[in-house]
Design a protein around this ligand. Structure first.
Ligand code: HEC
Ligand code: HEC
Ligand code: HEC
Length: 387
């Protein structure tokens, strides 16, 4: 019998990771009502400094400090800047874009900026043009590591860790074949794998994934299959926080081996002042002192991640201030100085929230946009505002 009691734990761990994954693929809308109007455009080359200041205050959170694009598209883009006249840029900024997170900025549309302000911003953006790269939107590069994360949440409960099979049901019968199998990978091409994954094999118990996974997630799985075909070992992309959660869950169930497994995977990518706790917790688990280890691991899990508030301030101003205000006074986003939410939440909770975002609001998830360490730095900075 192959680790039957581990099975339910892995399903749960998988589910938790799946929730985080799915949240990171959801889109947020900030509805804006809109009227289009003719706009007169006049250049004011003396207003670049004013335009830059307004851009930094209002636009960097979505379009990036150098106009490279984050939630919003790149503005530092030769293709866009050659195609769009000053009048078109002015109108886009003045009226915003309905059903997207791009707010209306013109006072006539309920925004905060005068026509003169918007002209100044257009001049500032126009100044990017000379050296702007050509940006091709929506370029997606499949990633085997992301594929492994998807596999670790959606597939390994049946197909086994690393796709090696070996998961048996109560009767001791293997529930699904190994996917990471050299002979099968050689025999079948990716078109076949994609077809099986998207359409499933319902009669045999292989679920249909086409409606659950996005096209990009399926492409990530194809990248994983390519890597397996090349004989590579692919580690899932998981955060330290997720692995601490899994270690905690395992230890709570009395499974020290699994807990050590997750601790050992978390430690090499962990950072900051709490790093030294990893060793002492692992040592306690190995010595069978599970109660002491669990207390320490609970504290570590809730306090994680701890970052550097000085770095966090810069990141906050670049990434969050556009909606939450440079002084945390709020705006499109909620007030951060002070914030009851931050005060009442552990670092782990604020981290999970910023990673996932809040569905149906302009608060998008930062998974894949900011690293765990960068979010930790921002949270450390937000803590200062609560003192
Ligand atoms: C809350 C996020 C957000 C903020 C803040 C924001 N934008 Fe946008 N912006 C977007 C999104 C999203 C789009 C793309 C909308 C769409 O899909 O049409 C966009 C589109 C644009 C476009 C049109 C680009 C194109 O490809 O046609 C311009 C120009 C623009 N924004 C300028 C600005 C300026 C200037 C500011 C600051 C005054 C600003 N934006 C602030 C999210 C934002
Ligand atoms: C609920 C259990 C279950 C889950 C979860 C599951 N599968 Fe399967 N899968 C099966 C079973 C059972 C088969 C065998 C079908 C058969 O007998 O031909 C299978 C077959 C396959 C095959 C064909 C393998 C072969 O060599 O014939 C592929 C590829 C596959 N699954 C990929 C995936 C991927 C990718 C995921 C995650 C997105 C996944 N499966 C999730 C049960 C599962
Ligand atoms: C595009 C605008 C936007 C950006 C950029 C943004 N937020 Fe938000 N944020 C919001 C909105 C809107 C809400 C409130 C969502 C709601 O209505 O529940 C929010 C809510 C929050 C909350 C919860 C507050 C509460 O009281 O519920 C936190 C914490 C938070 N944001 C942190 C951040 C951090 C950290 C960043 C930068 C990494 C960031 N936000 C960037 C728009 C934004």
């Amino acid at each position: 019998m192959l680790k039957n009691e581990n099975y339910s734990k892995q399903v749960l761990t998988g589910l938790i990771i799946t929730l985080v994954l799915l949240a990171s693929f959801s889109f947020m809308f900030l509805a804006e009502t809109i009227r289009l109007e003719e706009t007169t455009v006049e250049h004011n080359k003396h207003s670049l400094g004013h335009g830059r200041a307004l851009y930094v205050e209002n636009c960097t959170s979505c379009h990036g400090t150098r106009g490279e694009g984050i939630v919003g598209p790149a503005l530092n883009d030769k293709i866009l800047l050659e195609a769009a006249s000053d009048g078109v840029l002015f109108a886009s900024i003045q009226t915003g874009r309905p059903n997207t997170t791009m707010p209306a900025w013109g006072q006539a549309y309920g925004g905060a900026l005068t026509d003169e302000d918007i002209h100044a911003i257009v001049d500032f953006i126009r100044a990017f043009e000379e050296n702007a790269p050509e940006v091709h939107a929506d370029e997606f590069t499949p990633s085997a590591a992301r594929g492994a994360s998807i596999f670790a949440s959606a597939c390994f409960t049946c197909h086994g860790e690393d796709g090696l099979g070996g998961i048996e049901n109560a009767e001791g019968i293997e529930v699904a074949p190994a996917i990471n199998d050299a002979a099968a990978l050689k025999k079948n091409d990716n078109a076949w794998y994609q077809q099986v994954i998207v359409n499933g094999l319902p009669a045999t118990g292989m679920p249909i994934w086409g409606e659950t996974l996005s096209d990009n997630q399926v492409q990530d799985l194809m990248a994983l299959i390519d890597a397996w075909r090349a004989g590579e070992d692919v580690a899932p992309e998981a955060t330290v926080a997720q692995m601490l959660g899994s270690a905690h869950f395992s230890l709570e169930q009395g499974d020290g081996d699994n807990a050590i497994f997750y601790m050992n995977r978390a430690q090499p990518i962990a950072f900051g002042p709490l790093l030294s706790d990893f060793d002492s917790i692992s040592t306690d688990i190995e010595a069978g002192k599970n109660a002491a280890a669990l207390t320490a691991l609970t504290e570590l899990r809730d306090a994680w991640p701890q970052g550097d508030p000085v770095v966090g301030e810069t990141l906050y101003q670049e990434t969050c201030s556009g909606c939450h205000g440079s002084e945390g006074q709020g705006g499109v986003g909620k007030k951060m100085q002070p914030s009851e939410f931050v005060q009442e939440s552990t670092n782990a909770e604020v981290f999970a929230f910023t990673l996932e975002g809040r569905d149906g609001t302009a608060m998008q998830g930062y998974s894949g946009i900011l690293t765990e360490e960068q979010l930790a730095d921002i949270i450390a900075f937000l803590r200062i505002w609560q003192e």
